[in-house]
Design a protein around this ligand. Structure first.
Ligand code: P6P
Length: 326
């Protein structure tokens, strides 16, 4: 039988001399995701579907599973002395955990919430940062994406799959019959070119002109300047889109639009765009906000939103170049 997660982490930690405690943090995250997976798969049987009739700082209605998944992540991370603090899409501010901890964990506990009640894939996204010295403040979390020590997601789909990078490649683990994450693939490589794009076309009229022009070229297919036909996908679950791109290439975008000037994009930098961008770059892809690499963006707020274009390198650079004069 191929390696289980704990064995892989032990080997990887020794091989790359990872900082002490980091792999234990990953194990805490994986345990929380096993608990979330259990609830996701029970759904209506555990009366866990539907609205929680509460809202979060994002101004979004919370589903019962959003609230439960958030608490399961907080419980698991709070039990780990290596964790100094955490930040969640579902928490207004950061949460202090252990003063002596060396790591900060940022997460979207259940991404793709609109899919929960209709049984479409959802996921947990996580990012691990080093904790700077001194009493924990919000500013300690505001590190650019290159500072991440690890990132990944768990996709609750036809299989439950953990995808992880500790910045030395990517490892994929499939949940086995014994409820253990088992290594099933390493270092997927994203092809530089693609014929598949993912974007919510219903927002087309709100996009900036360069994005409208770029997508129009894809839709023109063979008859247009790109000279090839494209296929389209939109799952409305970033974890599912990113996983598809890791497995077969493609380009995903949630671009800036003019619906709300206060929101340059829908996706959150710290616990959606940054962790996913690290994975994409580790797999040979690219990720920008249409102007600069996402991992280079200096964060200004815990829940800061950002435009996202990520996936097959050539396609991302082509779309980004369209915005050069915008
Ligand atoms: P829309 C899910 O709510 C999410 O944050 C991402 O996972 C997903 O890509 C996007 O929003 C979907 O947004 O506007 O198409 O519902």
């Amino acid at each position: 039988m191929s390696l289980l997660l704990a064995d892989y982490l032990q080997q990887h930690s020794q091989q790359y001399q990872l900082p002490a405690g980091l792999t234990d943090v990953i194990l805490s995250i994986s345990q929380a995701c096993l608990n979330i997976n259990h609830e996701v798969r029970l759904g209506a049987l555990d009366n866990i579907l539907g609205s929680a009739h509460t809202g979060n700082i994002q101004g979004e209605e919370q589903k019962k599973l959003d609230v439960l998944a958030n608490q399961l992540m907080i419980d698991a991370l709070s039990a780990n002395p290596a964790v100094a603090g955490l930040a969640s899409e579902e928490e207004d501010t950061f949460v202090s955990v252990h003063e002596e901890g060396n790591y900060l964990v940022l997460f979207d506990p259940l991404d793709g919430s609109s899919n929960i009640d209709v049984n479409i894939s959802i996921g947990t996204i996580f990012s691990v940062l080093p904790k700077p010295k001194g009493t924990l403040t919000t500013e300690h979390f505001l590190q650019n994406g290159h500072q991440q020590l690890a990132s990944g997601y768990v996709l609750y789909g036809p299989q439950t799959i953990l995808v992880l990078t500790l910045k030395h490649g990517i490892a994929l683990f499939t949940l086995n019959q014994d409820n253990q994450f088992q290594l099933t693939q390493q270092n997927p490589a994203i092809a530089e070119t693609t014929q598949e794009f993912a974007i919510n076309m219903s927002n087309q009229r709100h996009w900036e002109a360069p994005m409208q022009q770029y997508i129009a070229e894809l839709l023109a297919g063979k008859t247009g300047v790109r000279g090839k036909d494209y296929n389209m996908r939109w799952v409305a679950s970033m974890v599912a889109e990113v996983h598809r791109i890791l497995m077969r290439g493609g380009i995903f975008s949630y671009p800036k639009d003019n619906r709300d000037p206060a929101k340059p994009g829908k996706l959150r930098l710290m616990y959606e765009a940054n962790p996913m961008s690290l994975l994409i770059e580790q797999a040979g892809g690219a990720a920008t906000n249409a102007h600069e690499d996402i991992l280079s963006i200096q964060p200004e707020g815990l829940h800061q939103r950002v435009a996202v274009i990520l996936g097959s390198k050539e396609e991302v650079f082509y779309a980004t170049a369209k915005h050069a004069n915008n």
